[in-house]
Design a protein around this ligand. Sequence first.
Ligand code: ADP
Ligand code: ADP
Ligand code: ZN
Length: 216
Amino acid sequence: MNIILLGPPGAGKGTQAQRLVERHGMKQLSTGDMLRAAVKAQTPVGLKAKAVMEAGELVSDEIVSALIGDELDAMPEGQGAIFDGYPRTAPQAESLGELLASRGKKLDHVIELDVNEDALVERITGRYTCASCGKGYHDTFEKPAVEGTCDKCGGHEFKRRPDDNEETVRTRMAEYRAKTAPILPIYEVQGIVARVDGMADMDEVTAAIEAILGKR
Ligand code: ADP
Ligand code: ADP
Ligand code: ZN
Protein backbone atom coordinates (compact mmCIF):
# COMPACT_ATOMS: atom_id res chain seq x y z
CA MET A 1 0.00 0.00 0.00
CA ASN A 2 1.31 3.45 -0.95
CA ILE A 3 -0.11 6.60 0.61
CA ILE A 4 0.41 10.34 0.62
CA LEU A 5 0.03 12.33 3.85
CA LEU A 6 -0.93 15.83 2.83
CA GLY A 7 -1.21 18.88 5.04
CA PRO A 8 0.45 22.20 5.88
CA PRO A 9 3.59 22.45 8.04
CA GLY A 10 2.81 21.18 11.53
CA ALA A 11 -0.31 19.25 10.48
CA GLY A 12 1.12 16.04 11.95
CA LYS A 13 2.41 14.27 8.82
CA GLY A 14 5.74 13.24 10.35
CA THR A 15 4.15 12.18 13.64
CA GLN A 16 1.62 9.94 11.90
CA ALA A 17 4.18 8.61 9.41
CA GLN A 18 6.43 7.49 12.28
CA ARG A 19 3.51 5.61 13.80
CA LEU A 20 2.65 3.86 10.52
CA VAL A 21 6.28 2.83 10.14
CA GLU A 22 6.22 1.25 13.60
CA ARG A 23 2.86 -0.46 13.21
CA HIS A 24 3.01 -1.62 9.62
CA GLY A 25 6.66 -1.65 8.61
CA MET A 26 5.97 0.90 5.89
CA LYS A 27 8.74 3.21 4.69
CA GLN A 28 8.51 6.94 5.43
CA LEU A 29 9.69 8.96 2.46
CA SER A 30 10.09 12.51 3.76
CA THR A 31 11.69 14.87 1.26
CA GLY A 32 12.24 17.33 4.14
CA ASP A 33 14.31 14.70 6.01
CA MET A 34 16.20 13.80 2.83
CA LEU A 35 16.99 17.45 2.15
CA ARG A 36 18.11 18.09 5.74
CA ALA A 37 20.44 15.08 5.47
CA ALA A 38 21.83 16.51 2.21
CA VAL A 39 22.36 19.92 3.82
CA LYS A 40 24.17 18.32 6.75
CA ALA A 41 26.39 16.25 4.45
CA GLN A 42 27.01 19.31 2.27
CA THR A 43 26.24 17.40 -0.92
CA PRO A 44 25.64 19.42 -4.12
CA VAL A 45 21.88 19.09 -3.52
CA GLY A 46 22.32 20.22 0.07
CA LEU A 47 24.34 23.26 -0.91
CA LYS A 48 21.60 24.30 -3.34
CA ALA A 49 18.75 23.63 -0.94
CA LYS A 50 20.05 25.22 2.27
CA ALA A 51 19.09 28.86 1.75
CA VAL A 52 15.80 27.97 0.08
CA MET A 53 14.78 25.86 3.06
CA GLU A 54 15.83 28.49 5.56
CA ALA A 55 13.59 30.97 3.76
CA GLY A 56 10.66 28.53 3.83
CA GLU A 57 10.43 28.41 0.06
CA LEU A 58 10.25 25.30 -2.11
CA VAL A 59 13.27 23.43 -3.42
CA SER A 60 13.10 22.65 -7.16
CA ASP A 61 10.79 19.91 -8.40
CA GLU A 62 13.67 18.16 -10.22
CA ILE A 63 15.72 17.83 -7.04
CA VAL A 64 12.99 16.40 -4.84
CA SER A 65 11.60 14.04 -7.48
CA ALA A 66 15.11 12.66 -8.08
CA LEU A 67 15.50 12.05 -4.33
CA ILE A 68 12.18 10.17 -4.25
CA GLY A 69 13.11 8.08 -7.31
CA ASP A 70 16.36 6.97 -5.65
CA GLU A 71 14.55 6.03 -2.45
CA LEU A 72 11.90 4.04 -4.33
CA ASP A 73 14.65 2.09 -6.07
CA ALA A 74 16.24 1.24 -2.75
CA MET A 75 13.04 -0.18 -1.25
CA PRO A 76 12.47 -3.90 -0.95
CA GLU A 77 9.74 -5.41 -3.15
CA GLY A 78 6.33 -5.20 -1.51
CA GLN A 79 7.11 -2.58 1.14
CA GLY A 80 4.55 0.22 1.29
CA ALA A 81 5.57 3.87 1.07
CA ILE A 82 4.30 6.86 3.02
CA PHE A 83 4.97 10.05 1.10
CA ASP A 84 5.43 12.77 3.71
CA GLY A 85 5.90 16.30 2.40
CA TYR A 86 5.90 15.14 -1.23
CA PRO A 87 4.38 15.91 -3.69
CA ARG A 88 4.08 19.65 -2.96
CA THR A 89 3.41 20.99 -6.47
CA ALA A 90 1.49 19.88 -9.57
CA PRO A 91 4.71 18.93 -11.44
CA GLN A 92 5.79 16.84 -8.44
CA ALA A 93 2.42 15.07 -8.43
CA GLU A 94 2.90 14.29 -12.09
CA SER A 95 6.44 13.00 -11.49
CA LEU A 96 5.26 10.80 -8.65
CA GLY A 97 2.66 9.23 -10.93
CA GLU A 98 5.38 8.42 -13.45
CA LEU A 99 7.86 7.20 -10.84
CA LEU A 100 5.27 4.80 -9.44
CA ALA A 101 3.87 3.62 -12.78
CA SER A 102 7.33 2.82 -14.18
CA ARG A 103 7.92 0.60 -11.15
CA GLY A 104 4.55 -1.13 -11.40
CA LYS A 105 3.23 0.65 -8.31
CA LYS A 106 0.23 2.86 -7.61
CA LEU A 107 -1.19 5.19 -4.99
CA ASP A 108 -3.86 3.76 -2.73
CA HIS A 109 -4.80 6.75 -0.54
CA VAL A 110 -4.18 10.45 -0.24
CA ILE A 111 -4.91 11.41 3.36
CA GLU A 112 -5.41 15.10 3.97
CA LEU A 113 -4.82 16.27 7.52
CA ASP A 114 -7.30 19.05 7.98
CA VAL A 115 -6.04 21.65 10.46
CA ASN A 116 -6.73 25.12 11.70
CA GLU A 117 -3.86 27.35 10.59
CA ASP A 118 -3.91 29.31 13.83
CA ALA A 119 -2.77 26.23 15.74
CA LEU A 120 0.14 25.52 13.45
CA VAL A 121 2.51 28.21 14.64
CA GLU A 122 2.33 26.84 18.18
CA ARG A 123 2.87 23.30 16.93
CA ILE A 124 5.85 24.29 14.84
CA THR A 125 7.59 26.55 17.32
CA GLY A 126 7.29 23.87 20.04
CA ARG A 127 8.54 21.03 17.85
CA TYR A 128 11.80 19.18 18.47
CA THR A 129 13.23 15.74 17.69
CA CYS A 130 15.63 13.22 19.20
CA ALA A 131 19.08 13.81 17.73
CA SER A 132 19.85 10.06 17.67
CA CYS A 133 16.68 8.38 16.41
CA GLY A 134 14.61 11.26 15.01
CA LYS A 135 11.51 10.64 17.14
CA GLY A 136 9.35 13.77 17.16
CA TYR A 137 8.31 15.66 20.31
CA HIS A 138 6.58 18.86 21.35
CA ASP A 139 7.18 21.19 24.29
CA THR A 140 3.51 21.01 25.30
CA PHE A 141 1.76 18.30 23.27
CA GLU A 142 4.21 15.37 23.31
CA LYS A 143 6.84 15.39 26.02
CA PRO A 144 9.10 12.41 26.69
CA ALA A 145 7.89 10.32 29.66
CA VAL A 146 11.15 11.14 31.48
CA GLU A 147 12.27 14.69 30.89
CA GLY A 148 15.42 14.89 28.78
CA THR A 149 15.34 11.21 27.78
CA CYS A 150 14.02 9.92 24.45
CA ASP A 151 11.15 7.41 24.92
CA LYS A 152 12.25 5.41 21.93
CA CYS A 153 16.05 5.15 22.16
CA GLY A 154 17.03 6.59 25.55
CA GLY A 155 19.03 9.37 23.91
CA HIS A 156 19.61 12.66 25.74
CA GLU A 157 20.24 15.02 22.86
CA PHE A 158 17.47 16.80 21.04
CA LYS A 159 17.40 19.26 18.18
CA ARG A 160 15.23 21.96 16.66
CA ARG A 161 15.00 22.94 13.01
CA PRO A 162 16.34 26.33 11.95
CA ASP A 163 13.20 26.89 9.84
CA ASP A 164 10.80 26.22 12.72
CA ASN A 165 10.33 29.89 13.60
CA GLU A 166 7.21 31.97 13.26
CA GLU A 167 8.35 34.06 10.31
CA THR A 168 9.43 31.12 8.17
CA VAL A 169 6.29 29.18 9.10
CA ARG A 170 4.15 31.95 7.62
CA THR A 171 6.03 31.65 4.30
CA ARG A 172 5.74 27.85 4.41
CA MET A 173 1.99 28.10 4.98
CA ALA A 174 1.63 30.51 2.08
CA GLU A 175 3.58 28.10 -0.14
CA TYR A 176 1.25 25.31 0.95
CA ARG A 177 -1.85 27.30 0.13
CA ALA A 178 -0.55 28.53 -3.23
CA LYS A 179 1.17 25.41 -4.57
CA THR A 180 0.30 22.29 -2.59
CA ALA A 181 -3.40 22.53 -1.74
CA PRO A 182 -4.21 22.93 -5.48
CA ILE A 183 -2.93 19.40 -6.23
CA LEU A 184 -5.77 17.80 -4.26
CA PRO A 185 -8.24 17.88 -7.18
CA ILE A 186 -5.85 15.66 -9.18
CA TYR A 187 -6.43 12.95 -6.61
CA GLU A 188 -10.10 13.78 -6.03
CA VAL A 189 -10.88 12.69 -9.59
CA GLN A 190 -9.15 9.40 -8.88
CA GLY A 191 -11.43 8.94 -5.87
CA ILE A 192 -8.58 8.28 -3.44
CA VAL A 193 -8.74 11.34 -1.16
CA ALA A 194 -9.77 10.96 2.47
CA ARG A 195 -9.91 13.77 5.02
CA VAL A 196 -8.94 13.42 8.66
CA ASP A 197 -9.43 15.95 11.44
CA GLY A 198 -5.82 16.87 12.22
CA MET A 199 -6.88 18.98 15.20
CA ALA A 200 -7.90 15.87 17.13
CA ASP A 201 -5.61 14.14 19.64
CA MET A 202 -2.67 12.33 18.05
CA ASP A 203 -4.14 8.93 18.95
CA GLU A 204 -7.48 9.82 17.41
CA VAL A 205 -5.77 10.94 14.23
CA THR A 206 -3.90 7.63 14.12
CA ALA A 207 -7.16 5.70 14.61
CA ALA A 208 -8.84 7.65 11.81
CA ILE A 209 -5.94 6.89 9.45
CA GLU A 210 -6.00 3.20 10.40
CA ALA A 211 -9.71 3.12 9.58
CA ILE A 212 -9.00 4.51 6.11
CA LEU A 213 -6.17 2.04 5.47
CA GLY A 214 -8.38 -0.84 6.56
CA LYS A 215 -10.90 -0.08 3.85
CA ARG A 216 -8.81 -1.35 0.99
P1 ADP B 1 7.07 20.42 7.19
O1 ADP B 1 6.80 18.98 7.35
O2 ADP B 1 7.20 21.16 8.47
O3 ADP B 1 6.12 21.10 6.24
P2 ADP B 1 9.35 19.55 5.62
O4 ADP B 1 10.32 18.88 6.53
O5 ADP B 1 8.46 18.68 4.82
O6 ADP B 1 8.49 20.57 6.50
O7 ADP B 1 10.09 20.54 4.63
C1 ADP B 1 11.04 21.48 5.08
C2 ADP B 1 11.51 22.31 3.90
O8 ADP B 1 12.17 21.47 2.93
C3 ADP B 1 10.39 22.99 3.11
O9 ADP B 1 10.02 24.24 3.67
C4 ADP B 1 11.03 23.13 1.72
O10 ADP B 1 11.97 24.20 1.70
C5 ADP B 1 11.82 21.84 1.60
N1 ADP B 1 11.03 20.74 1.00
C6 ADP B 1 10.66 19.58 1.60
N2 ADP B 1 9.96 18.81 0.77
C7 ADP B 1 9.86 19.51 -0.41
C8 ADP B 1 9.22 19.24 -1.65
N3 ADP B 1 8.52 18.12 -1.88
N4 ADP B 1 9.33 20.21 -2.62
C9 ADP B 1 10.02 21.33 -2.42
N5 ADP B 1 10.63 21.66 -1.27
C10 ADP B 1 10.55 20.74 -0.26
P1 ADP C 1 4.46 17.93 10.00
O1 ADP C 1 5.33 16.73 9.70
O2 ADP C 1 3.13 17.86 9.30
O3 ADP C 1 5.16 19.24 9.73
P2 ADP C 1 4.72 17.10 12.79
O4 ADP C 1 4.21 15.68 12.76
O5 ADP C 1 6.18 17.29 12.91
O6 ADP C 1 4.11 17.92 11.55
O7 ADP C 1 3.97 17.86 14.00
C1 ADP C 1 4.33 19.18 14.37
C2 ADP C 1 4.39 19.27 15.89
O8 ADP C 1 3.07 19.16 16.42
C3 ADP C 1 5.21 18.18 16.55
O9 ADP C 1 5.95 18.73 17.63
C4 ADP C 1 4.18 17.17 17.05
O10 ADP C 1 4.61 16.54 18.25
C5 ADP C 1 2.95 18.02 17.28
N1 ADP C 1 1.72 17.34 16.89
C6 ADP C 1 1.52 16.48 15.87
N2 ADP C 1 0.23 16.04 15.82
C7 ADP C 1 -0.42 16.65 16.84
C8 ADP C 1 -1.78 16.62 17.34
N3 ADP C 1 -2.72 15.87 16.74
N4 ADP C 1 -2.06 17.37 18.42
C9 ADP C 1 -1.11 18.16 19.00
N5 ADP C 1 0.17 18.24 18.60
C10 ADP C 1 0.53 17.49 17.53
ZN1 ZN D 1 15.59 8.79 20.31
